[in-house]
Design a protein around this ligand. Structure first.
Ligand SMILES: [Zn+2]
Length: 466
């Protein structure tokens, strides 16, 4: 607020003394201004009206609208009246091409759902072409709903990386390693070789962070888990894994002579910085301390956990212990969409109910999980996750003027409790506008939707054969 007053005073002084020397405004590529800027920086600054200046891939100014107008002249300007300007959302766990299986089968027990529908569909339909088409559809949905970075675990991950780069999104993309024959690897060794090729192809890419994704402790033996981890460590890339998602997984750990998935992986020496564990549902308080001690980050996926009745992750416990917790949607087969606004609202409601405390996991906390804490979970907090000069320009403009959002007392409350992905107007990644006023510029929306509908016939057939 003080900054606003100072800027207004400065502007008035400038008008009052026209002879005073004005420093020339710096020309930059893009100015987005006159919106409410929710920075998500350490001071949780909100600037209203505020603006942001972008040059090349970087944010070069975040200030009041007046101060931005004085300092910068955009070759392009986006007016954001009645909107919020905020960091792009970070989805820390998904399987992008699985959008092709959304709504294929719902309301089933996990094993029946997997064995009768998802595994047969994957075995018969997952090809490089299918993965590319699915990724295009997922990228379209993410751009339209304000996700600018996502973490992925799937097959043919190099195809996912290529499509992600074309769409202009940022991705932490992990090649899946799994013990049984997969669509892209007959053996775990093949999977590891694919992961290494992915790392080599994308290690210097400005948008893609390649990663290794050992599927889970219950689908991999100890030596393969450790080979995956060693590969990631050798190349300094993240390790993505499902951890303690279901009670069944806890049972598998017990059968291997250990008490839990966390204890089992710790015993192997698997944990360490750079490991991002998805779900972390069946984790006890002492195990939270173990994860924290090894700098393991967690991706919380409330909608998937609720839909598959997997359980409730101890998120207040993680946050209390200082574990980096990001938010994720999981694949669209178990969500059934990639809308991070919904994930935020669901996360907040779930933990209020679970703890019987409406103060648990409030709007500010989940907003951090979907932005700066998600960035921390991915090891990218110095580059993305908040609007600050020097960071990469990954941001969204969210309309706040519908009946559903009126009146607005607190933008952070509205972003979590009344906003959905469809309210996102403009999406910018790495300084490039991917969507302007709901028009996606990097992808051919109609062609992608047509292709997905055509491919869905193949999926139907694959499941019917069962
Ligand atoms: Zn998953």
């Amino acid at each position: 607020m003080q900054r606003t007053v100072a800027a207004v005073v400065a502007a008035l002084l400038a008008v009052a003394s026209p002879g005073a020397q004005q420093p020339e405004a710096r020309e930059v590529a893009l100015v987005i201004t006159n919106g409410t800027v929710v920075t998500m920086d350490d001071d949780a600054r909100v600037l209203s009206p505020g603006g942001i200046a972008i040059d090349g891939t970087d944010i070069v100014g975040v200030d009041t609208a007046e101060a931005i107008a004085k300092q910068f002249r955009g070759r392009e300007t986006i007016e954001a009246w009645g909107s919020v300007i905020m960091p792009g959302l970070i989805n820390t766990h998904t399987h992008a091409p699985m959008v092709m299986y959304r709504g294929l089968a719902d309301d089933l027990a996990l094993m029946e759902w997997l064995q009768k529908y998802i595994f047969p569909a994957e075995a018969r339909t997952v090809t490089p072409e299918f993965v590319r088409a699915g990724t295009r559809l997922a990228a379209l949905e993410m751009i339209q709903s304000g996700t600018t970075t996502y973490a992925d675990m799937y097959y043919f991950e190099e195809e996912i990386a290529r499509e992600t780069r074309t769409a202009g999104l940022r991705g932490v993309l992990g090649q899946t390693i799994i013990q049984f024959p997969a669509p892209d690897a007959k053996t775990p060794a093949d999977g590891l070789a694919r992961a290494e090729a992915l790392i080599k192809e994308f290690r210097k890419d400005p948008l893609i962070t390649p990663a290794v994704a050992p599927h889970a402790m219950y689908t991999l033996d100890g030596p393969t888990l450790m080979a995956s981890r060693e590969l990631a460590k050798r190349h300094g890339v993240p390790t993505l894994i499902h951890l303690a998602e279901t009670a069944d997984e806890a049972k598998t750990a017990q059968e291997r002579g250990k008490t839990s998935p966390v204890t089992y992986l710790e015993g192997l020496g698997f944990f360490g910085p750079g490991v991002l564990a998805a779900h972390g549902v069946w984790v006890t308080a002492p195990e939270i301390a173990t994860l924290k001690a090894h700098h393991v980050a967690v991706s919380h996926n409330p909608e998937s956990n609720m839909k598959l009745a997997s359980g409730v992750a101890p998120v207040p416990g993680y946050l209390g212990a200082g574990v980096a917790v990001g938010l994720g949607t999981d694949g669209a087969a178990s969500n059934n969409d990639l809308d991070m606004f919904e994930a935020m609202r669901t996360a907040s409601f779930l933990h209020k109910l679970q703890t019987n405390d409406p103060r648990a996991v409030g709007a500010r906390t989940v907003l951090r999980m979907a932005t700066i804490e998600g960035a921390r979970a991915l090891g990218l907090e110095r580059r993305i996750g908040s609007l600050e000069p020097g960071k990469l320009a990954d941001l969204i403009v969210v309309a706040m003027s519908s009946a559903r959002q009126t009146p607005m007392y607190d933008p952070m409350s509205h972003l979590v409790y009344t906003t959905s992905g469809g309210d996102v107007q403009t999406t910018v990644v790495n300084g490039k506008v991917l969507m302007r006023n709901r028009r996606v510029l990097t992808l051919n929306e109609n062609a992608i939707l047509r292709e997905a509908r055509m491919l869905s016939e193949k999926v139907k057939l694959a499941v019917r054969q069962n």
